[in-house]
Design a protein around this ligand. Structure first.
Ligand code: ZN
Length: 238
């Protein structure tokens, strides 16, 4: 693992779900920023496993990466279930949760990342943190308009204007493929960090944290699992 630069003055708040992408972002933040806190949003997730993973990942990082542990500050959880409820109530009578072509569950609420960042900015303001880090990515998710770089640049500007604080939105995965995200994790924290991501993080939309694969836990069939598996195998094949 590369030692954190000694002159890393900035402090960061990481949007942290306990998944592969946000865990990689946390490694990035702990490498590049002097003080790092995490925030998670409970918006009525069906899978509590996601929130449990957040604590496990943070604990594993604190335990196994002493240089990072020294920079890792508190975690925050914000309940935005009223926002999640828009997705539930907007469904018609055959309200079964299905996966859409986009790879998102049918309960997905548009503009979710906009809401996350506004909450994160308010929290960061209170905590004196000046960089907001998120795992959004255009490469694999070009269909989701609130993941696009252009959207987040405009949001960064809106947050700066609306808070009069020069916040920066840092999205280290924006232009990476899934294979390149695994490579970034390896670069940041070596094989130990890759192992931590495989063992502790959760990405599966169906909440399967029992079935184990080379790339981690998951049903292996939902769009999130397929993407994660494909990226892992491509990275391994390099
Ligand atoms: Zn899955």
């Amino acid at each position: 693992m590369a030692p954190p630069p000694a002159d890393a003055p900035a402090s960061a708040l990481v949007l942290f779900s306990g998944g592969q992408d946000s865990t990689t972002c946390l490694g990035h933040a702990l490498t590049h920023y002097g003080r790092v806190e995490t925030v998670g949003f409970n918006y009525g997730q069906r899978h509590e496993v996601e929130l449990k993973c957040r604590h496990r990942v943070r604990a594993a990082i604190a335990d196994r990466f002493p240089a990072w542990a020294a920079r890792l500050g508190p975690d925050h959880e914000i309940d935005i279930s009223s926002f999640g409820a828009i997705g539930e109530t907007a469904l018609t009578s055959d309200a079964e949760i299905v996966m859409m072509e986009s790879g998102l569950p049918s309960t997905f609420v548009p503009g979710r990342n906009l809401v996350f960042f506004v909450y994160a900015a308010a929290l960061a303001h209170r905590r004196g943190l000046n960089v907001l880090v998120g795992g959004m990515c255009e490469t694999d998710y070009s269909g989701y308009p609130d993941c696009r770089d252009e959207t987040l640049q405009a949001l960064e500007n809106a947050i700066r204007l609306g808070t009069e604080v020069p916040f920066t939105i840092d999205t280290p995965l924006m232009w990476l493929s899934k294979a390149e995200s695994w490579a970034l994790a390896d670069k940041l924290g070596g094989a130990d960090f890759v192992d931590l991501i495989r063992e502790e993080t959760h990405t599966c939309y169906r909440g399967d944290h029992v079935t184990k694969h080379a790339w981690g836990y998951g049903c292996g069939q939902c769009p999130a699992c397929e993407l994660r598996a494909k990226g892992y195998h491509e990275w391994c094949a390099r």
